[in-house]
Design a protein. Structure first.
Length: 222
C-alpha cells in the first residue's frame, strides 16, 4: 500500500480579509456566488491576492484538480493500492475514498470542493466519498503510521521514479507539493525522513503524480 499526500495544497475559500476587494465582488456578482463559500482562485482574484501572506502557495485549486485526476483515474487507485489525502495550506485534511470519481470539468470540481468546505462530507447513497477535517500534516502522519515519510522536492537527493519506487518500504508515504512554487514549510520538513529530487528543475505536481503512480503500478501489476 502506497500513501500519497498532496501537501500544503493551494485549496481554500476566499479569506475574509479579501471579501471587499473589487475583483472578488465583481466575480461573485458575475457568477452569483456567495463570497464566503467560494474557492480562492488566482485566475480571478489575482488583484485581491497581491501582498497576501504566503501568496505563492495560494489560489491554485487547478493544481489540486489536475493532480487528483492523475491519481484517481489510475488502476492502482481503483484497486485500493493507493491511499490518497489532500493537506491544504490552511491545515485541513481531505480523505478521499477509493470509490470516488472526481469530475473532469474544473467548473464541476470547483463546485464539489466548495460543497466539501461547507458540509465537510461528500456522500453517495452508501458511503462517504470525501471527508474534511481540521488537522496538521504531522497529526495525519501520526494517525496513518507509515513506515517512512518521503518528500519529492528539488532540494532532495537526485534519483529517478523507477529507483524511488524500488527504494521505498512496503507502507511508505510520499509527499507531493500541491502548490505552484516554493518548498515545504519548516514545520512539515521536520516530519520528512527522506527527500528525493526527480529533476533539476521544478516539475508540475500532476506530472510528478502520474509518473510516480505509473512506476508504482509496474511493480504491483506484474
Amino acid at each position: 500500500m502506497l500513501t500519497i499526500i498532496l501537501a500544503e495544497s493551494s485549496l481554500e475559500l476566499i479569506p475574509p480579509e479579501l471579501s471587499h476587494h473589487q475583483s472578488v465582488l465583481a466575480y461573485s456578482k458575475k457568477f452569483r456566488k456567495i463570497i464566503s463559500n467560494t474557492l480562492l482562485d488566482n485566475s480571478w482574484h489575482f488583484g485581491a491576492m497581491k501582498g497576501l501572506k504566503n501568496e505563492i502557495k495560494r489560489g491554485r485549486p487547478d493544481i489540486v484538480h489536475l493532480t487528483l485526476l492523475s491519481i484517481c483515474t489510475s488502476p492502482a487507485f481503483y484497486e485500493n493500492k493507493i491511499k490518497l489525502f489532500v493537506h491544504t495550506v490552511n491545515n485541513e485534511i481531505i480523505s478521499i475514498n477509493n470509490n470516488t470519481r472526481l469530475p473532469k470539468s474544473y467548473h464541476r470540481f470547483q463546485g464539489l470542493m466548495e460543497k466539501l468546505f461547507l458540509t465537510k462530507k461528500i456522500e453517495s447513497e452508501t458511503e462517504i466519498l470525501m471527508e474534511m477535517e481540521n488537522s496538521s500534516l504531522s497529526k495525519l502522519i501520526s494517525k496513518i503510521k507509515p513506515d517512512e515519510v518521503i518528500a519529492l522536492t528539488t532540494e532532495g537527493q537526485k534519483t529517478t521514479f523507477e529507483k524511488l519506487i524500488h527504494q521505498t518500504k512496503e507502507n511508505s508515504c510520499i509527499l507531493i507539493g500541491g502548490f505552484q512554487k516554493g518548498h515545504f514549510n519548516e514545520e512539515n520538513q521536520k516530519i520528512i525522513e527522506r527527500a528525493f529530487s526527480i529533476h533539476d528543475s521544478s516539475l508540475e505536481a500532476h506530472l510528478v503524480a502520474s509518473r510516480l503512480v505509473y512506476e508504482y503500478e509496474k511493480t504491483i501489476f506484474i
